[in-house]
Design a protein around this ligand. Structure first.
Ligand code: COS
Length: 379
């Protein structure tokens, strides 16, 4: 659903210009420094990018899913690390509060998240628990007016810069119904961070362990105030997140197509531009078609979500298809660029490494397949 197409066009145009004029030129520096320049983060804050999806009542832009997807398609056009800075405040670091938080939690956290004054993060994964999210071991024990948390969370995006974690811990027995979501401020006693992870790609994105050793949080830190709802909160957050990631994948695929086309026009072999060779054309055509398919399915799924439909299957399908698709597109882009595409100074080399993560986080491709098949069989 697009509420006001003129306003959305303005936003999309602004983001597109920001991506092309500010972010793409900064890509080599991010690769080199493994960090996003502070000045760019300030500009993102000024543009309101931290509060895209936070409801207007709490100071955000309150984008619908379709509107969010249109913006994510633009943000995906550059290094994923830039999107990642604002990604958690708009997605997994705020959506739990928006979906299930109490009024007090919303009043306190959402305006701060929308302004980019605080960074939100989402802590589900653990050293021994990834795909089987209902098996988390981090324990939350009630003690008077507080809960005492013990455990370790792993690969937590933006943890090194986060101010508050939506953190899943076990308050009850085994399985999904024993899990509770807590809002854990970074400065809680007993919370510390591990060393920053060294990753294959997405340089500039910071992840690390979150370690809880008798970490104390007040009882009103439970999202929604009720124990045992945390797994469902996490799953709701991931439904939306998966659609967003799928749109980011399509944005990246579009960039890779555009880079491939401009290289194929310029580079000459056998006396003509390589774009005139049919085997190169075949690669371009495959990538262009797959990118278009991804774009169509993401927008359609977003529209269905805005209409209130159950989109668990659609979100998983988009995440599965688009993350696998951008992997193929990145591979062809390197192929079209030949040896130059394997060099660090190529525009496509880091994308080849960056997009690999999309098939893993917010649920692997295999988890998406399980979700899709279950939805089909249970329909
Ligand atoms: N949306 C809404 N609710 C969901 C849901 C979804 N996508 N998936 C599950 N639920 C609900 C179920 O409806 C069920 O509720 P009821 O008890 O009322 O029936 C409850 O949550 C438990 O679900 P289920 O029994 O399906 O849990 P499983 O242990 O079988 O696991 C999967 C489900 C595999 C889908 C889940 O563990 C998962 O998504 N794993 C991947 C985790 C992930 O993405 N990690 C990435 C790290 S976070 S960046």
């Amino acid at each position: 659903m697009i509420r006001d197409s003129q306003l959305l066009d303005q936003l999309v145009t602004t983001v597109r210009r920001f991506v092309r004029e500010r972010l793409i030129p900064a890509e080599p520096g991010v690769e080199q420094e493994n960090a996003i320049p502070g000045a760019i983060i300030d500009e993102m804050r000024d543009l309101g990018l931290f509060g895209l999806t936070i409801p207007e009542a709490y100071g955000g832009l309150g984008l619908t899913m379709e509107e969010e997807v249109m913006v994510a398609l633009e943000l995906g056009y550059t290094s994923p690390a830039f999107r990642s800075v604002i990604g958690t405040n708009n997605g997994i670091g705020s959506q739990g509060i928006i979906a299930d938080g109490t009024d007090e939690q919303k009043q306190y956290w959402l305006p701060r998240l929308a302004r980019g004054e605080v960074i939100g993060s989402f802590a589900l994964t653990e050293p021994d628990v990834g795909s089987d999210a209902a098996a988390i071991k981090t324990a939350a024990r009630r003690q008077g007016k507080n809960y005492i948390l013990n455990g370790t969370k792993r690969f937590i995006t933006n943890a090194p810069i986060a101010d508050v974690f939506t953190l899943m811990a076990r308050t009850g027995g085994e399985g999904a119904s024993g899990i509770t979501a807590f809002l854990v401020p970074r400065n809680s006693p007993g919370l510390s961070l591990g060393k920053i992870d060294e990753k294959m790609g997405q340089r500039g994105t910071r992840t690390c362990d979150v370690i809880l050793e008798d970490c104390v949080v007040p009882a009103d830190a439970i999202i929604g105030g009720v124990e045992g709802q945390g797994f469902k909160t996490a799953m709701k957050v991931l439904n939306r997140g998966r659609l967003h990631i799928a749109a980011v994948c399509v944005g990246a695929a579009q960039r890779l197509c555009d880079e491939s086309v401009s290289y194929a026009r310029e580079r000459k072999q056998f006396g003509k531009a390589i774009g005139e060779h049919q085997l190169v054309q075949a690669m371009l055509a495959e990538s262009g078609t797959e990118c278009f398919a991804g774009r169509c399915m993401v927008i359609e799924a977003a529209r269905r979500m805005d209409s209130g439909a159950r989109i668990i299957q659609e979100a998983a399908s988009c995440k599965l298809y688009c993350s696998e698709m951008v992997g193929r597109v990145a591979d062809r882009a390197v192929q079209i660029h030949g040896g130059s595409g394997y060099m660090r100074d190529s525009a496509v080399e880091h994308f080849y490494r960056d997009v690999r993560l999309f098939r893993l986080y917010e649920g692997t491709s295999q988890i998406q397949q399980i979700i899709i098949a279950r939805e089909m069989l249970n329909a």
